[in-house]
Every structure is written in structure tokens, then in C-alpha cells.
Design a binder for this molecule. Structure first.
Ligand code: ADP
Ligand code: ADP
Length: 226
């Protein structure tokens, strides 16, 4: 796991609209941070910048001592789980999870072992030969998570990953994600507008309002000491 440091990080998609004013924050290695705020407040933008998918307009983001913008995508050590899963529809579950390992040059035997281990952890062992179209919503979400963690990333980024699931499944996945985080310990940034997700998952909650950090503290400090 790696520390994530944001120093003077600013984002303006065009000069007239500053989405994120300069912000400074340090996310400690291994911590689970939930970024909470209403739609349009800049949560996805922040996450995309940490992932290196969107450039900062000013300031810098340093992960594990290295500036994100200087790194090739392969060197970044971030894995992201998207709201719409973004699975490869023509590939099996196994292939979806093994693909990035193949790109990274892992030998076939090692790919199979890693995928089998992650599939077991996520209850997907019986689905490996199926395609995403043959899975339930919850299973697809698990595949998306499996695909992210199979590379053993130091940083794990989630963009509203549970919002397409029904209430029961959202609850179950919250429990699973908390357990998963205890097991793998990656520095995690999880974006949501759901207060319940923030309270149950977060070591620290970062409340974003129009791109500004309104609060950054433990759930206990935020919700029990108004
Ligand atoms: P959230 O994830 O909290 O819903 P976003 O980060 O998606 O917020 O968006 C923050 C603001 O930036 C919004 O006003 C949105 O319209 C704007 N925005 C997001 N992406 C782009 C883009 N690619 N080009 C221009 N404006 C954008
Ligand atoms: P390659 O594409 O070079 O053959 P992959 O790592 O993508 O290598 O996987 C090899 C093939 O074996 C894939 O088609 C995959 O579906 C299959 N495969 C390997 N192990 C399993 C497994 N445990 N369960 C299901 N399919 C598997």
C-alpha cells in the first residue's frame, strides 16, 4: 500500500469553470477513504486525477513518493472499479480477470493461480467460464472488483461501484468490501453520494462540496460530534 499526497491540486476543464480549487490532503497508506458529496461536486474528477486518467490543472499528486503525471499507466499501481463495471463482454470471467496479468507479462500458470485465488475470495469460482452477459448484477460487480485486485495494486479506486445494485445486494457488498479491505490492505479511495456507505466503510470520510474539502475525519468524529 502507498500514501497518496495531494498538494495544491486544482482542476478546471475550461478556464471559466474551476471544478476543484486548490486542495491539499494526505491519504495514509492502507486507509480506506470515502469521498462523499452530492452529484457534480467533483468526486469523479478527483478520482480520475488520482488514477492518472485526467490531468491536474495545477498542483501535484504523489503516490508512494512518485508523481502520478510522470508515470506510465503500467507503473502507476492504481486499479479502478467503475460504476458500470466496464467488463469485456466477449471474454469469459477468467479472461476478464487474467487479461491485465497477461499484459503485465505473468506466466500462464501464475495467471491461473492468481485468478483462482481471487475468484475463490469473491465467490466466483463456479462462474469462471461464463461471459459477463450470463451473470447477475452482483456477480458482474464482483468480477470488476476481482479484475482490479488480481494485480495486487497498492491503490484501489472505486467510483460509485454499488449504485447499480439493489438494496440487499448493496448491503451485502458493503460487508464484503470491508472484509476484502481488511484482507488486502490497499490504500482505498471510494467515491459515493451514499452516507451509509461512507459510515460503514470509511476509516476517514472526505466531504467534498463544490470541489472544496469541507471535512476530512473519521465517521465517528463527523457523525457523533456535530
Ligand atoms: P461528481 O463525480 O461529484 O458527480 P464530477 O467530477 O463528475 O462530479 O463533475 C464535477 C463537475 O465537473 C461537474 O460540474 C461536471 O459537469 C464537470 N465535468 C466533469 N467532467 C467534465 C469534462 N470532461 N468536461 C467538462 N466538464 C466536466
Ligand atoms: P491465453 O489467452 O494465452 O490462452 P489466458 O490466461 O487468457 O491465456 O487463459 C487461457 C485459457 O484457459 C482461457 O481461454 C481461459 O478461459 C482458460 N482457463 C484457464 N484456467 C481456467 C479456469 N480456472 N477456469 C476457467 N477457464 C480457465
Amino acid at each position: 500500500a502507498a500514501d497518496i499526497n495531494l498538494a495544491g491540486v486544482t482542476k478546471a476543464y475550461d478556464p471559466q469553470t474551476i471544478v476543484i480549487p486548490p486542495i491539499d490532503v494526505e491519504l495514509k497508506a492502507g486507509e480506506f477513504t470515502v469521498v462523499l458529496g452530492p452529484s457534480g461536486c467533483g468526486k469523479s474528477t478527483l478520482l480520475q486525477m488520482i488514477a492518472g486518467l485526467e490531468r491536474v490543472s495545477a498542483g501535484k499528486i504523489v503516490i508512494g513518493g512518485r508523481e502520478v503525471q510522470d508515470l506510465e499507466p503500467k507503473q502507476r499501481g492504481c486499479a479502478m472499479v467503475f460504476q458500470n463495471y466496464a467488463l469485456y463482454p466477449h471474454m469469459t470471467v477468467f479472461e476478464n480477470m487474467a487479461y491485465s496479468l497477461k499484459v503485465a507479462g505473468l506466466a500462464k500458470v501464475e495467471r491461473a493461480e492468481r485468478v483462482a485465488g481471487v475468484a475463490k475470495m469473491l465467490g466466483l469460482s463456479d462462474c469462471l467460464s461464463r461471459k459477463p452477459g450470463q451473470l447477475s448484477g452482483g456477480q458482474r460487480q464482483r468480477v470488476a472488483i476481482g479484475r482490479a485486485i488480481v494485480r495486487e495494486p497498492g491503490v484501489l479506486l472505486f467510483d460509485e461501484p454499488l449504485s447499480n445494485l439493489d438494496a440487499q445486494l448493496r448491503h451485502d457488498m458493503r460487508v464484503e468490501l470491508a472484509e476484502l479491505h481488511r484482507r488486502i490492505g490497499a490504500t482505498t479511495v471510494f467515491v459515493t453520494h451514499d452516507q451509509m456507505e461512507a459510515m460503514t466503510l470509511a476509516d476517514r470520510i472526505l466531504i467534498l462540496n463544490r470541489g472544496r474539502i469541507e471535512q476530512f475525519d473519521t465517521p465517528k468524529a463527523i457523525y457523533h460530534h456535530p
